[in-house]
Write a protein that binds this ligand. Structure first.
Ligand code: ADP
Ligand code: MG
Length: 245
């Protein structure tokens, strides 16, 4: 059994009076790819954001690499360097070049030597076929290219764990494949541990070791991928899968 990298126990989250996550329990092993599926509004983004310290939660514990995370901002700043996150809206800084967007974390947060950080960034850009765009500004890139830069920016911090929240949802269809391929390579070639929220069911089928199915803020299923897609255990999951065809 591979080592558990992340463990979530009895997590409860409310926004003001709205109770959004109920008794969330799961763990992720080293190298595992988990897809988080569920209807819109089921709490996927909220859960992902809790895992990266972007949301406060009311109850429960999150343990990362064997350490219980105390949810203070200072603590999260440390952990966040090890947990990369990419959202639907690639929030690149518009006034910085692609290279400077990528260098910000390694040089300002991690105090890495600039020349080293730059050569690492270039290698990462090359791996997503964007090394020619190092000096371009975000406005000069397509949505798909921007999202590839956002992934590179997260990887430049050498995370142990990646969170992807619907990273292709706002892309034109012809841009989607390129971004998904990068995530697939990360999973298969680099053995990156990750949680992926996606509406691309074929991609989820291919990439996932395990599926967490969320509905109304509860995990209704935690199932090995092949089982989830062929024989889901709950009617809710069946309805969900039928709606995605
Ligand atoms: P999903 O990502 O699965 O679509 P979300 O986590 O975005 O779901 O939302 C879960 C629920 O929490 C929804 O009912 C949504 O309206 C609510 N919600 C999300 N963000 C906030 C917020 N900042 N304030 C209040 N309610 C929120
Ligand atoms: Mg969401």
């Amino acid at each position: 059994m591979a080592e558990k990298v992340l463990q979530v126990e009895h997590l409860e989250k409310s926004y003001q009076k709205k109770h959004v996550l109920h008794d969330i329990n799961f763990s992720v092993a080293q190298g595992e790819v988990v897809t988080l599926l569920g209807p819109s509004g089921s709490g996927k983004s909220t859960l992902i954001r809790c895992l990266n310290g972007l949301e406060v939660y009311q109850k429960g514990t999150i343990t990362f690499e064997g350490q219980k995370i105390i949810p203070t901002e200072k603590n999260w700043q440390q952990i966040r360097q090890k947990i990369g996150m990419v959202f639907q809206s690639y929030d690149l800084f518009p006034n910085l070049t692609v290279m400077d967007n990528i260098l910000l974390g390694p040089t300002k947060v991690q105090k890495k030597d600039k020349a080293t950080a730059r050569s690492e960034a270039l290698a990462l850009l090359k791996s997503v076929e964007l090394d020619d765009y190092a000096n371009a500004y975000p406005r000069e890139l397509s949505g798909g290219q921007k999202q590839r830069v956002a992934i590179v920016r997260a990887l430049a911090l050498h995370p142990d764990f990646m969170l992807f929240d619907e990273v292709t949802a706002s892309l034109d269809p012809e841009m989607v494949r390129g971004v998904l391929t990068i995530i697939e390579n990360l999973a298969n070639r680099d053995n990156m541990t990750m949680i992926v929220v996606t509406h691309e069911m074929n991609f989820a089928k291919q990439i996932a070791d395990r599926v967490l199915f969320l509905q109304d803020g509860r995990i209704l299923e935690q199932t090995p991928s092949e089982q989830f897609f062929t024989a889901p255990q709950t009617d809710r999951a069946k309805v969900f899968l039928d709606s995605m065809d």
